[in-house]
Design a binder for this molecule. Structure first.
Ligand code: PEP
Ligand code: MG
Length: 567
């Protein structure tokens, strides 16, 4: 197994940083699913229907009660899950199965399978609901059998929660005073578990693989959410010290006010990644973001069946721009295709959509789609009176050649927009010297740059050890891009998930990156970490990472450089 570093230290994908030393608990197992075959006698079917209705009601009631005692997003998720148990379509399908002679538990499985297949075929947001559907299936089956409801165990001390995967209902109900860490066998950095863990700010590791089952209930475990490691035989004294240090860092984060600079005053601009006006408002009001470094415009149109007019688009863009009336906003032109299908812009079926007609490539056959979007961005900026104090930058995704950069920059200049490109195709990094003369800035998309450099699907949990921006191969491409940026006087930012990792942020600053753009919730952690090191240390950390054999070694080497510098 590539994820395993030793028999007692198991490695997964780091999602939320923080060190915790506590007992392990496992989530209660899912019930075994019944097979087809048994037929209920006609005289018993009415009673079986009754049994099912009572069980479904009990599950829905319990979820609703938990929703009432939860808050915010967690309450919403629990309420929505309870609503799914009461969904008329699903109930009808189960009842039909029972009336047809299936035992209730099998009828639940068959009805759920039918809906899962339908949702998966619909793809996108619908496909993401299938975890919730399977979750309610398991809860109702356990209730029918009188078994313990699958999910969170009851605990009275601080524990780290282990699971194959976590359902939204489990994660939403989590009491973070007791469940102080999360570790899963499956999932990925963008899975539901990861998203909720980030929101709750609970140290979290996903995609550990089968070795996770070496951890037994009651084992003392040292979980390091930044390194992505679970250590079984940690020396208790060292473990407690590491936990203390991590808590002190959390306090520093809470006190950090920005703007970001290293101990010795080297500035790094911290910006926010947003997908709509609401996220921009949160970034503006609840974080220290100095502006927006990535506005993912395609996310505004995932459900649109027709292309919105220039005026309609401008209204959408204004909602984001107006949140930062005096700062830089980087708008990305449509990154349609691959995992983000946009009905009016994406290609029909492709054999290999991640390597297909996505991002800027869509506009080659449909330039007007791009120019209408650029017109809309220019219109939005003009209507808001944005001038030099509030620059509106525009960048293209998936640029691979200098010719593409030149073409895009020309279209931007015609509209008075400041042009840039994402560096997320390795070719763009390798050819940076040829691309940059056409551009005002570049922004490195480490999510795709890692996917394409490592030839590993960013959505694959099995390949999470490869889709890790700490891979020195990826860092070498970033280093090369920065060198060319400095030589050609082109601003270089990073807007992939790497920009949210405080340790990696030191490396990126050391490599010469000028700005880091991430989810606004990650900004304070990055800023606090940068404020704790000097620029020379960042440079040494960058050298150590570039020289490492792999991602794990790079993390460890950087940690050591920083710890030594601060000793
Ligand atoms: C990236 O690829 O790193 C990026 C920021 O773009 P997206 O995640 O939207 O593909
Ligand atoms: Mg990308």
């Amino acid at each position: 197994m590539n994820n395993v570093t030793s028999d007692t230290t198991i490695k997964g994908t780091a999602v939320v940083s923080g060190v915790r030393y506590a007992k392990a608990v496992w989530i209660s197992p899912r019930p075994e699913l019944p097979q087809a075959g048994e037929v209920i006698d006609e005289s018993q079917r009415e009673a079986e229907l009754e049994r099912f209705t009572t069980a479904a009601e009990a599950v829905a009631d319990r979820l609703e009660k938990r929703s009432a005692s939860a808050e915010g997003a967690a309450a919403e998720v629990l309420k929505a899950t309870a609503g799914m148990v009461r969904d008329r379509g699903w109930l009808k399908a189960v009842k039909k199965g029972i009336q047809g002679g299936h035992p209730a538990d099998y009828a639940v499985v068959a009805a759920t399978t039918k809906f899962v297949t339908m949702f998966e075929a619909a793809g996108g947001v619908m496909a993401e609901r299938t975890t919730d559907l399977r979750d309610i299936r398991d809860r109702v089956i356990a209730e029918l059998r009188g078994e313990q409801e699958p999910g969170l165990p009851t605990v009275d001390e601080q524990v780290v929660l282990f699971a194959d995967d976590l359902s939204p209902a489990d994660t939403a109900a989590l009491d973070t005073d007791l469940f102080v860490g999360l570790v899963t066998e499956l999932g990925g950095p963008t899975s539901h578990t990861a998203i909720i863990a980030r929101q709750l700010n609970v140290p979290c590791i996903v995609a550990v693989g089968e070795k996770l089952h070496n951890v037994k209930v009651g084992d003392m475990v040292l979980v390091d959410g930044a390194l992505g490691t679970v250590t079984l035989d940690a020396d208790p004294e060292t473990a407690v010290a590491a936990e203390q240090e991590s808590k002190m860092l959390a306090e520093r984060i809470a006190q950090w006010t920005g703007p970001a600079e290293t101990k010795d005053g080297h500035r790094v601009q911290l910006l926010a990644n947003v997908q709509d006006g609401n996220a921009a408002r949160i970034a503006a009001t609840q974080s220290q973001a100095e502006g927006i470094g990535l506005f993912r415009t395609e996310m505004c149109f995932l459900t649109a069946t027709e292309e919105p007019s220039v005026e309609e688009q401008a209204a959408v863009y204004k909602k984001v721009l107006e949140q930062f009336p005096h700062s830089k906003v980087v708008v990305r032109s449509l990154d349609a295709g691959s995992d983000k299908p946009v009905a009016f812009a994406s290609m029909a079926d492709e054999m290999n959509p991640a390597l297909g007609v996505r991002g800027l490539r869509v506009a080659r056959a449909n330039e007007a789609l791009l120019t209408r979007q650029l017109d809309a961005i220019a219109l939005a900026a003009k209507e808001l009176g944005r001038g030099e104090d509030a620059p509106t930058w525009v960048m293209a995704p998936m640029v691979a050649t200098a010719r593409e950069a030149k073409w895009f920059a020309g279209l931007c200049e015609e509209r008075g927009l400041i042009a840039g490109a994402m560096i997320e195709v390795p070719a763009a990094s390798l050819m940076a010297d040829k691309l940059m003369p056409y551009l005002h800035f570049v922004s490195i998309g480490t999510n795709d740059l890692t996917q394409y450099t490592m030839a590993a699907d960013r959505m694959s949990p099995q390949l999470a050890y490869l889709t890790d921006p700490w891979q020195p191969a990826v860092l070498r491409l970033i280093a090369h891009t920065c060198k060319e940026g400095e030589r050609t006087n082109t601003a270089v930012g990073v807007c992939g998930e790497a920009a949210a990792d405080p340790l990696l942020a030191c490396v990126l600053a050391g490599l010469g990156v000028n700005s880091l753009s991430s989810a606004s919730t990650a900004i304070a952690g990055v800023g606090a970490q940068l404020s704790a090191v000097d620029f020379e240390t960042c440079k040494r950390a960058a050298e150590a990472a570039l020289d490492a054999e792999g991602a794990t070694e790079a993390r460890a080497a950087v940690r050591e450089v920083i710890m030594k510098a601060n000793a």
